[in-house]
Ligand binder design. Structure first.
Ligand code: SAH
Length: 370
């Protein structure tokens, strides 16, 4: 166990990082391509099977590195084809990953942290508090597992992961380096070959980290807005007290412009009954986003016990949507999937093994250590 913790996990290393490691081991960096293919295309975990790599290198790799996929604790399959996996992270805690098939598309909703520190008032992960960051390997590992399981279940590729959204548990931008490495592997042809438009990082609005994205990645970005003004957003998404809406939208705009390919930002807006779902909110939102390059994704609130919020009526959702469409926005309403297996947004809870860590982390954050 201790030995394995000191080994580098190749699963979470980018092609560049593996290349640099191979140079250290006296090899040519391009051999990283072979190693990546074994790991991500052929799902191989043991070095002995990597037959196009010299025996000497295989030996060195097995001494210094490992390929460590998270363990699958359970898999649930919904009647609508949605699948949810509970996976164990190294910290001992478990996180959830959800696969949502929709026609030719298959979206994998990936977690980036165990728990979350941001405490958005309507999110069940937020209620748990923060527990730990996932490693890059644990984030990529979720994609690897889903790809492999689906390839086995559907050899005709009828269902496959075509899109990845970092909308599972956690705030991706508070686990910046691991998320950036993981996303790079997802988009690399020698990794999972998913196009940059189809890998989306979703954030509650960690503005300094959004600014850091520029030049670091070219993945797509989604923001969890949920309110058309600061007064209401302060209450729903507490990080808004630190970084206001105007600052958040400006940082996103600069990121989108920096990509230079007419990319839009996805604005997520969870509709909660009598909180942010009225016509006046829609009108205010339409004005707020007037010059913002976006598509709007409305999410009717998914209830969980003790949340204190209610899902709006279908009539209210439709009226909100129509108002935004009339104002010229590209609007989608996220349908609830995997209802029978609690796989909807905001319902993912995972399973925390070490509850003392949460308090400890919290103290470290309070004292400015973390
Ligand atoms: N931390 C990231 C990812 C969160 S989950 C972020 O904030 O963007 C993805 C989306 O689901 C977010 O927009 C989140 O605010 C929303 N969400 C959380 N709980 C929800 C719930 N109970 N019902 C509907 N949407 C919810």
């Amino acid at each position: 166990m201790t030995e394995s913790l000191t080994k580098l996990d190749l699963l979470g290393m980018t092609q560049e990082q593996i290349g640099a490691l191979l140079v250290e081991l006296g090899e040519k960096p391009y051999r990283a391509k072979q190693v990546m293919k074994w790991i991500h295309h052929r799902f191989i975990d043991d070095f002995d099977s990597m037959t196009d790599i010299s025996l000497n290198l295989r030996q060195q790799l097995s001494e210094k590195t490992e390929i460590h996929e998270p363990e699958i604790i359970s898999e649930q399959i919904s009647t609508d084809g949605t699948r949810k996996w509970l996976m164990r992270a190294r910290s001992g805690s478990a996180v959830e990953t959800v696969f949502i098939p929709e026609g030719n598309r298959g979206t994998l909703c990936v977690s980036s942290q165990v728990g979350c520190a941001l405490d958005c008032k309507f999110c069940s992960t937020g209620k748990q508090g923060f527990n730990s960051n996932l490693t890059a390997g644990e984030i990529v590992g979720q994609v690897r597992i889903a790809r492999r399981v689906l390839e086995e279940a559907y050899p005709d590729r009828k269902r496959a992961v075509t899109n990845v959204v970092l909308m599972g548990m956690g705030e991706p931008l508070l686990n910046f380096d691991n998320v950036i490495a993981a996303v790079s592997i997802m988009m690399d042809d020698l990794g999972y070959g998913i196009s940059k438009r189809k890998v989306t990082i979703s954030t509650a609005g960690v503005v300094p980290a959004i600014r850091k994205l520029k030049g670091t990645t070219d993945a797509s970005l989604a923001i969890s807005l949920h309110a058309p003004n600061d007064e209401l957003r302060d209450k729903l998404v507490p990080i808004n007290k630190k970084y206001k809406i105007a600052e958040l939208l400006q940082a996103c705009k600069e990121y989108a412009q920096g990509l230079g390919d007419k990319r839009t930002i996805t604005v997520e807006y969870t509709l909660m009954d009598n909180v942010n779902d009225q016509q006046e909110h829609a009108i205010e939102l339409a004005v707020l986003l007037k010059d913002f390059p976006c598509k709007l994704n409305l999410i009717p609130f998914n209830p969980f016990p003790g949340s204190g919020f209610k899902r709006p009526s279908n009539i209210a959702v439709k009226a909100f949507r129509e108002r935004m469409v009339k104002a010229g926005y590209n609007v989608t309403v996220r349908t609830t999937r995997g209802d029978d297996i609690n796989a909807a947004c905001g319902q993912l809870v995972g399973e925390v093994e070490d509850k003392t860590r949460r308090q400890e982390q919290y103290r470290l954050i309070q004292t400015g250590v973390a």
